[in-house]
Design a protein around this ligand. Structure first.
Ligand code: XLS
Ligand code: NI
Ligand code: NI
Length: 435
C-alpha cells in the first residue's frame, strides 16, 4: 500500500439513510435491477488521466495538486499505477481506462516511448491478474504533443499520419494484451482552427483511411473488443469532424465502416454539440452504433467541457433508460471522464467525486428501470404511434403507395386530421415520479 489514501477501508454500500460521506447510499453492486446486478449494468470505469495525470491547472494557472508520483521517471509511473489500483479497489469499480500518455513518461524516440508503455503493460498485467479489475478501454493520446497540433490522422504532413498510426498500433497491441473490452479513438485535433488553411476533402479521406487501417489491424491481431469513436464538436479545435453521433455515423457510412465501429458518447460533448445526452444515446441506439459512455457533466453557465463528476440524476436517468431499451451495454460501460475541481486538492476528494458519481448513476439506473417496469410511459409512446399499425398506414410506410395514390385517397375520403396533444407536461410529471 502506498498510504496515499491513509488507512481508508473500501467504500461500502450503507443505504439511503447513511450520513457517512465515504459510503455509497445508492450504489449496491449486487442489487438486482431488471434481473441483472447494478455492477453488471453500469460497468463503472475510472479514467486514469483525470484522476492521476491531471495536475489541477486551468488556463490561468498551473498545478494545484501535489501528488507524490508527479515526475517523469518510470519510478513515478510505477507509484502512479500502485495508487491508481488502490483507488479502483477502494471504490470497487470493475474497470479502468487509460491513454499511453497518462501511464508512462514520454521518451525521446517513439521506440523508447513504446518500450516504456509495454513495461507499464507488464505492471498492469500483474495488477489485473491479482485484483480482477479489468481494462474497459485503452487509447492513444494524439492531441497533447506539439507534433499533433495540426491533427494526427488529418495532419497535412504524412509523417504525422504515420507517427499517429504507429502510436495507435502500440496502444492497440497493449489493449489487446491486457484483454481490453474496447479501443477508443477520440480525435481531439482532427478538425480545424480555420477552414482557410484546411483541405477538408483531403482530411476526411485521411481520417477514413486511418479508421480503416485500425479496423484491419483489429482483425489481424484478433482483438475481440469494439472499436469506438468518441464524438466531440469542438475544444480543443474550433471545429472537430467527429462533431456528434449523427456526424460520426455519416462519416462511417461514407467510408463503409458503420458495421465495424461504434461510438463512445460523453455527456459534456453532447451538451457542447447542442444536444441532450439522452439525444446522443438514443441516436446511437437507433443507428445501431451505441458502444460505451463517458459519464460526466458540464457547467451549464461556462460553456466549456468542464468534465465534472455527474450529480444530476434526471440527466443520467433518461440516458440509462435509452441504454436499457437498447439492451444494455455489451463491451461498453460507464467511464467517469471527470476530474476534480482545482481547489479539491486532497486524496479524499478523489473518493468523494467518484462516490457521488457512482451513486448518481445508480439512482439514474434505478429510475430508468422503474420507468420500464411501470410501463405507463412506454404504453403512452406506443399509443401515440398506434395508428401507424393500420393497413393503409403500413402500406404507405412500406413504400406500397405512390404520392399520387396518397393524394387521391386524402381528397376522396376528405381526410382532415385534427391536432392531437403531445402531452409534454404530462410526460415530464410522469418521469418525475420515478426520478
Ligand atoms: C476529451 C475526451 C477524452 C477522451 C479520451 O474531451 O473526452 O478524455 O475520452 O481521449
Ligand atoms: Ni471530454
Ligand atoms: Ni471522453
Amino acid at each position: 500500500m502506498s498510504g496515499f489514501f491513509g488507512d481508508q477501508p473500501p467504500i461500502r454500500f450503507e443505504g439511503k439513510q447513511s450520513t457517512n460521506p465515504l459510503a455509497f447510499r445508492f450504489y449496491d453492486k449486487d442489487e438486482l435491477v431488471l434481473g441483472k446486478s447494478m455492477a453488471e449494468h453500469l460497468r463503472f470505469a475510472v479514467a486514469y488521466w483525470h484522476s492521476f495525470a491531471f495536475e489541477g491547472g486551468d488556463p490561468f494557472g498551473g498545478r494545484t495538486f501535489e501528488r507524490p508520483w508527479f515526475g517523469n521517471t518510470m519510478v513515478d509511473a510505477q507509484l502512479k499505477a500502485d495508487v491508481a489500483f488502490e483507488l479502483f479497489e477502494l471504490l470497487g469499480v470493475p474497470f479502468f481506462c487509460f491513454h499511453d500518455a497518462d501511464v508512462r513518461p514520454e521518451a525521446e524516440t517513439l521506440s523508447e516511448s513504446i518500450a516504456r508503455l509495454d513495461a507499464l503493460g507488464d505492471i498492469f498485467e500483474e495488477k489485473i491478474a491479482s485484483t480482477g479489475i479489468k481494462l474497459l478501454w485503452g487509447t492513444a493520446n494524439l492531441f497533447s504533443h506539439a507534433r499533433f497540433m495540426s491533427g494526427a490522422a488529418t495532419n497535412p504532413d504524412p509523417d504525422v499520419f504515420a507517427y499517429a498510426g504507429a502510436t495507435i498500433k502500440a496502444n492497440m497491441d497493449l489493449t489487446n494484451r491486457l484483454g481490453g473490452e474496447n479501443y477508443v479513438l477520440w480525435g481531439g485535433r482532427e478538425g480545424y482552427e480555420t477552414l482557410l488553411n484546411t483541405n477538408m476533402t483531403q482530411e476526411f479521406d485521411q481520417m477514413g483511411r486511418m479508421l480503416a487501417l485500425v479496423v484491419d489491424y483489429k482483425h489481424k491481431i484478433g482483438f475481440e473488443g469494439t472499436i469506438l469513436v468518441e464524438p466531440k464538436p469542438q475544444e480543443p479545435m474550433k471545429h472537430q469532424y467527429d462533431y456528434d453521433v449523427a456526424s460520426v455515423y455519416g462519416f462511417l457510412k461514407k467510408y463503409g465502416l458503420e458495421n465495424e465501429i461504434k461510438v463512445n458518447i460523453e455527456v459534456g460533448h453532447a451538451i457542447l454539440a447542442g444536444h441532450t445526452f439522452e439525444h446522443e444515446v438514443a441516436t446511437a441506439a437507433m443507428l445501431g452504433i451505441l458502444g460505451s459512455i463517458d459519464m460526466n457533466r458540464n457547467d451549464y453557465q461556462s460553456g466549456w467541457d468542464t468534465d465534472q463528476f455527474p450529480n444530476n440524476v434526471a440527466e443520467v436517468a433518461l440516458a440509462y433508460y435509452h441504454i436499457l431499451k437498447a439492451g444494455g451495454f455489451t463491451t461498453g460501460g460507464t467511464n467517469f471522464d471527470a476530474k476534480l475541481r482545482r481547489q479539491s486538492i486532497d486524496p479524499a476528494d478523489l473518493l468523494y467525486g467518484h462516490i457521488g458519481a457512482m451513486d448518481t448513476c445508480a439512482r439514474g439506473l434505478r429510475a430508468a428501470a422503474a420507468i420500464i417496469e411501470d410501463g405507463t410511459y412506454e404504453a403512452f409512446l406506443e399509443q401515440r404511434y398506434a395508428d401507424w399499425k393500420h393497413p393503409e398506414a403500413q402500406a404507405m410506410l412500406r413504400g406500397e403507395r405512390t404520392l399520387e395514390e396518397i393524394a387521391a385517397r386524402v381528397q376522396k375520403q376528405g381526410i382532415n386530421p385534427k391536432p392531437r396533444s403531445g402531452r409534454q407536461e404530462y410526460l415530464e410529471n410522469l418521469i418525475n415520479r420515478f426520478v
